[in-house]
Design a protein. Structure first.
Length: 146
């Protein structure tokens, strides 16, 4: 809206008010678009970072992972700061409700199987099979002995 040079103060005030309201409305629409885009980006990241199911044998059961592989993975997680060097004294034990990968062996824990759950200092939830939790608990002793 163009204001003529001969416009009165009231006409200029009305013009400024209309332009201001238009600018505020445009900014609000852009803010909504930025929030929607952020949600889509976060959703895409979550999808891309989600763990995939393990490679299974012909009968659908996961391939057994050796103790040495689990120990090496646990040592890497300890070195990366995800796990403490000593296993937590208490782990929450429950029945699995939804299939997800074990932190130690990366093989799925399936519904109704027992799972050991612990939340690290970074609020990351970590899941373990019974065998993997035991390997983690004895890891420090085996490293010192070996």
């Amino acid at each position: 809206m163009v204001v003529s040079k001969r416009a009165t103060i009231d006409e200029r005030t009305i013009s400024a008010t209309v332009r201001w309201a238009g600018a505020v409305a445009a900014q609000a629409r852009k803010h909504i678009l930025v929030n929607q885009t952020s949600r889509l980006v976060n959703s895409s990241r979550a999808t891309l970072e989600r763990r995939r199911p393990p490679i299974c044998g012909g009968d659908g059961t996961p391939v057994a992972v050796s103790r040495l592989v689990i120990q090496a993975r646990l040592v890497a997680l300890i070195d990366g700061g995800v796990l403490p060097a000593t296993a937590p004294a208490r782990l929450f034990v429950s029945r699995c409700l939804e299939a997800h990968a074990c932190t130690a062996c990366d093989v799925n824990i399936y519904p109704e199987e027992p799972e050991f759950v612990w939340t690290n200092a970074g609020n990351q939830v970590l899941y373990f099979h019974r065998r993997c939790a035991e390997i983690y608990r004895t890891l420090k002793d085996e490293i010192e002995a070996g």
